[in-house]
Write a protein that binds this ligand. Sequence first.
Ligand SMILES: O=C(O)CCC(=O)C(=O)O
Ligand SMILES: [Fe+2]
Length: 235
Amino acid sequence: MSLLKLKANPNPSDNARKTQRIDLGYGSEVVYVPRFVAYNDAWKFFNYLDNHIPWTRPTLRVFGRSCLQHRDTCYVASAGLPDLIYSGYQPHAYSWDDFPPLKDILDTVHKMLPGSRFNSLLLNRYKGGDDYVGWHADDEKLYGSTPEIASVSFGCEREFLLKKKGHKSSQERSDEKPPLKRFKKSSHVDQHCFTLKHGSMLVMRGYTQRDWLHSVPKRAKAETTRINLTFRRVL
Ligand SMILES: O=C(O)CCC(=O)C(=O)O
Ligand SMILES: [Fe+2]
């Protein structure tokens, strides 16, 4: 396991230079750190997670219908927290001690975000371009009104989309004008797209879960597996 020990911020100045901070307006913000985990370390984590996490593909209840979730999942949480339930599904909460490398990643996240204290982690595995997560906000009450969510990605690059609630995304529109033309209606852009790189971290904070939706859509060209870790704080 020591092979997987992360050097905290292997190159802090590189991280600082490449970090993008996007003010979404009205108190919502996204921060993207493309090289949060060094490339080779990130592959070691990918292989560990792919092989050692007890992945499951649960059946969810959505709008009164049962359907298989379109990605594998697992949940890790500190002892004594209230249960997480989403779409009628209550995942078993594994302990951090079950997966020591996750504690190394958590430590590195905390070093990058001083003042943050995450105590739970939802893991996702997208086995190819047919796996996806649809538009949603992580606005469950147990995270409070302004949750910070730190999302670390390994493996296949996938697009991560954000759109303002109540806004139709370009993919849903039929009157196709060049996309950029629609981007300047108000002082703030109401759609964003990030290609989440292997070893990257994306942080959503402020009112992002209240005012925005996010998704990782299907992509025919995404042929390999992507693993994503979303660190959260249950209050
Ligand atoms: O895979 C991702 O990048 C996002 C996952 C996500 O939105 C979630 O688990 O709530
Ligand atoms: Fe989410």
